[in-house]
Design a protein around this ligand. Structure first.
Ligand SMILES: N=CN[C@@H](CCC(=O)O)C(=O)O
Ligand SMILES: [Mn+2]
Ligand SMILES: [Mn+2]
Length: 324
């Protein structure tokens, strides 16, 4: 059974320096927990442009690691969204932002197809509630759910997919896993393009490189990420599509910075390199959702990975401000 759970108020707690003056606040002090099951379904049909979003940012969790298990990976990412919430909540509140926590989806089913469909519906349902959305995983099977949600929101637009990842996730399987998401997208949508940033040669078999070549997948290797050509590649890719789906697989970050992931990689990117790539993509204003996948608290060290994700979220939120 697939289960929707509204956000847990107890996660949004922490150090309180003042209860009134916002200059003393941390993020958790302004979070509203929103029960999506209480949101009127009719509002889904409202024209997005006619509706002023209530929140600057919405948080929606994909508390699922079954897709990782089905991909022969190590489980634990089910706890990922809540681990990230806790760390992000205790970071300083800057500016006058508002945050809505739209809850988590989870499943006890053997396969992830149903939970992906329901998560896509949640993405659609919550879309008009916030200006920007953080979709927190969970396994990288969140990618296909993210795509399906965008398809509902933008039925007629072309979608280009940018994945910041050490892996292609272009596997063929009889059922969806954390390693099949992008193959599912490009098989289903011949108009969709796929660009991967941060690919590691040692983490993908020659077969996966062959599939990428056959299917016209563009990619930049981790060791080439600082070359000027990376920005040119991002710009020319984004130019081809109406909407850009942006997803981050945390194992692209070197395991020294982010040990708490399902499939850790050495020789990975630094958090700063990843943050720079995210900002580069977001500056084209074709992206209103980012999914952040594979946070696995079981293997984290002193909450280091979850805190790093909190920082990445913080920087995304304040990308237009002077905070650095
Ligand atoms: N989402 C992760 N996908 C990777 C996992 C690799 C691994 O388990 O080592 C993949 O399928 O290639
Ligand atoms: Mn990966
Ligand atoms: Mn991945």
């Amino acid at each position: 059974m697939v289960v929707y759970t509204k956000g847990d108020e107890n996660l949004w707690t922490g150090r309180i320096d003042d209860t009134e003056k916002r200059a003393h606040f941390r993020n958790f002090q302004v979070v509203d927990v929103v029960d999506l099951e209480e949101i009127d379904d009719n509002r889904e049909n409202e024209q997005i442009e006619d509706y002023a979003p209530q929140y600057d940012v919405g948080i929606l969790g994909y508390a699922v690691d079954r897709g990782v298990y089905l991909n022969q990976g190590r489980i634990g990412a089910q706890q990922g969204p809540d681990a990230i919430r806790e760390k992000f909540g205790n970071m300083a509140l800057m500016n006058d932002i508002t945050i809505g926590d739209f809850g988590n989806i989870s499943t006890d089913e053997t396969y992830v197809e149903n939970v992906q469909i329901e998560y896509a519906d949640m993405i659609k349902k919550s879309h008009s509630l916030a200006k920007f959305h953080m979709l927190l995983g969970g396994g990288h099977d969140i990618s296909y759910a993210h795509y399906k949600g965008l398809r509902q929101i933008y039925p007629h637009q072309s979608i280009g997919v940018i994945n910041i990842d050490a892996h292609f996730d272009l596997r063929d399987a009889k059922y969806a896993t954390s390693g099949t998401g992008f193959k599912q997208i490009i098989d289903e949508d011949p108009e969709a393009g796929y660009l991967v940033l941060g690919i590691q040669q040692a983490a993908n078999t020659q077969h996966l490189f062959n599939i990428a070549k056959e299917r016209g997948v563009e990619y930049v290797l981790a060791e080439q990420i600082d070359q000027d050509s990376t920005n040119e590649c991002i710009a020319s890719f984004i130019d081809k599509y109406d909407v850009i789906m942006l997803t981050l697989c945390l194992d692209v970050i070197d395991s020294a910075y982010g040990p708490g992931v399902s499939a850790p990689c050495s020789f990975g990117l630094s958090p700063k390199q990843v943050y720079r790539l995210i900002l580069e993509v977001l500056k084209y204003d074709k992206t209103q959702h980012i999914s952040i996948a594979e946070m696995n608290p079981e293997y984290d060290i002193d909450g280091r990975t979850a805190k790093m994700v909190g920082h990445i979220m913080f920087h995304i939120l304040h990308r237009n401000s002077n905070i650095e």
